[in-house]
Design a protein around this ligand. Structure first.
Ligand code: 8Y4
Length: 274
């Protein structure tokens, strides 16, 4: 099983790790643009060293209650980082974490190979931005918006509804001309979901696999792991690795994580023992 993404062919026969690079002012200490690019590039190179198979670069926090970032600001944050990494000819595809079509287009032009869209290509122009490229895409489910999603998540049947959304967006991608090999799906843990919703979805990964696309799972450090362990965000490493291992054993092919080295090692064991 391969994901076609730009000039890359990502081998997903064994589960791989997507390392998270946040390029937001709160993700480093001092505000200068030069420092921010430098910091993000150094972090990216370290994550490749640790075994990341993909780097996910995001310029807008999608945490609950996060303030939306204007387009120009988001471009200014992420594009110089992508350019700097492409100039270094890094051996892994770059994923752009955005729902804005303008950011998708600029990132792809700068050399990004995957679009990671937490809004599942619902923004006007987002599907077209991917169609008119050779980028891979991750379609994620979210109920509501980052501003409102955790207020009162409600589903009659969370697994059925998330699966139906992913099926619809997958079919829209295929109908628009995006090859099957370019598409990944993601239930969107924590995005408009209660603890019970997240747990139901985590147990239902085999049902989502029936959609015949590789599954991406992002549980790293998320609050559902805090609810299970009582630990706050800086002490969720072990819970995150456990979540990645179980997700991989249930069929997830790409794990979006902060702690790359620990997760890569754990997934090597999963691959060897499965
Ligand atoms: C601590 C650390 C607490 C991180 C919360 C968070 C996903 C994603 C995000 C995901 C895909 C996050 C961009 C939320 N989560 N993309 N993005 N799947 N495809 N929160 O699950 O990491 S951001």
């Amino acid at each position: 099983m391969q994901l076609h993404c730009g000039r890359f062919r990502l081998d997903l026969d064994t589960p791989k790790v997507m390392g998270i690079i946040n390029v937001t002012p709160d993700s480093f200490s001092d505000g200068g643009q030069f420092n921010q690019v430098d910091f993000a590039v150094a972090h990216a190179l370290a994550l490749i060293e640790q075994g990341a198979a993909v780097l996910d670069i995001g310029g807008e926090s999608t945490r609950p209650n996060a303030v939306p970032v204007p387009l120009a600001e988001e471009l200014q944050r992420v594009i110089p980082v992508i350019e700097a990494l492409v100039a270094r000819d890094i051996p892994v595809p770059i994923s752009i974490d955005t729902y804005k079509p303008e950011v998708m287009r600029a990132a792809i032009a700068a050399g990004a190979s995957i679009v990671n869209d937490v809004r599942g290509l619902q923004e006007p122009g987002a599907l077209e931005a991917v169609v008119n490229s050779d980028a891979g895409v991750c379609v994620m489910h979210m109920q509501g918006t980052p501003q409102t999603m955790q207020l009162e998540p409600h589903y009659d049947d969370v697994v059925a509804e998330v699966k139906q959304f992913l099926r619809m967006q997958r079919d829209a991608c295929l109908a628009a001309g995006i090859a099957h090999e370019r598409i990944m799906l993601d239930p969107g843990f924590g995005f408009g979901k209660t603890r019970a919703h997240n747990i139901a979805l985590a147990k239902a990964l085999p049902q989502l696999l029936e959609l015949n696309c590789p599954l991406l799972v992002g549980l790293s450090r998320k609050s559902v792991l805090g609810q299970m362990t009582g630990n706050d965000v800086d002490a969720r490493l072990h819970a995150s690795v456990a979540a990645a291992v179980i997700s991989a054993m249930q069929g997830a092919r790409l794990l979006r994580v902060h702690d790359v080295k620990a997760t890569v090692e754990a997934l090597k064991v999963v691959a060897a023992l499965q």
